[in-house]
Ligand binder design. Sequence first.
Ligand SMILES: [Zn+2]
Length: 422
Amino acid sequence: MESGFIEAARAAAAAVDEGRLWQSLMDLAAVGARSDGGVCRHALSDEDIAARALLIGWAEARGLEVSVDEVANLFIRRRGRQPDAAPVLVGSHLDSQPAGGKFDGAYGVLAGLEVLIALDEAGVETQRPIDIVAWTNEEGGRFDRSCTGSSVWAGASELESYLGDIGADGVALGEALAKTLAATPDLARRPRRWPAHAFIEPHIEQGPVLETGNIPVAAVTGIQGVRWMNVEVAGKAGHAGTTPMAERHDALQAALRAIGELNTLMSDPHDRVRFTVGRVNVTPNSPNTIPEKVMFSIDFRHPDEAVLEDRGGRIAEAVKTAAAPCRTLITPTLTMDPTTFPEAMVAIIEANASGLGIGCIRLASGAFHDALYAARVCPTAMIFIPCRNGLSHHPDEWAEPRHCAEGARVLAATLAQLADTS
Ligand SMILES: [Zn+2]
């Protein structure tokens, strides 16, 4: 892949219509709208089905080809000159958190649609087809395990393993999936897996960096890795009024020493380490009994595998030493290595932003995305746009129309270029 700037890319970018993209975002946000301005659109719910119907209607009105696979990933194709060539894939997800916003996921899908329309209006033909995708259940808001559609498509997990998952409303994923697929009986069916030439996921940043720097676009370099674990600290219960301080094995005091030590271990002058203790359970949790047992969670993230290995590997010893004489047990709950997007993909986004005169920096993603799974099977990258106060997963989530359009322009140029490369 080359990272130059081509005329078709410029024409496609110029045809992106800010008002039309904004209107589609607002129209989609009306599906599952909350009274506080947010969106509640659970995966495979009636609202999700309605959002899909809206999108399908827009696509078919433009003569685009709509299809779906058995995990209800929804695809919208603009044909290429080589109809059988592996397509360039673009998109994100339509589901939201229970108290989510208008842009998380929706932006990636609708920026894709805006670009396909812009390509038509600019008269740009591409060699490869371009497919928009709306992945099923990215958020994990109804069914706990997230990125269901993209992980099945990428072969990271089997659809069958998800079917029995029970949603927060008591409905099995298999049942909700069947209902969703039954709502669009006429759509062409895609096979479970097929090769893509590349995948681009546009998304709001969900952090403050772009807004703070007044930069409209980021070329995302990858997704940081995580180490999640639970720490159990075992002490001895006793009477709070009678047990001498020197004889105590107070599990909560030990946990506090351990967390203090972890704060030292995780300190980072560059502020790239993300370290959170988000849950603490105290047993018996009584005001006048010395705590016998404490469980606390660790969420440690970093884009660099070496840092995850090094500091992650020192957690157990730090906790054990600080918590003595209490005993400690650490149980890992999730280990995800960082995902690094190919340099060529990041460079194409950067070059197109530069060619369009749109400011762009490189940034690693702090949150998980479907791109994490897509990256396992095809060259993948993401385009971030700013969101107000870095806020997401919240009804007040907001992106400026101008930034939505600038991200879509960079996307248009990038897709036009990727769809013309062999
Ligand atoms: Zn998202």
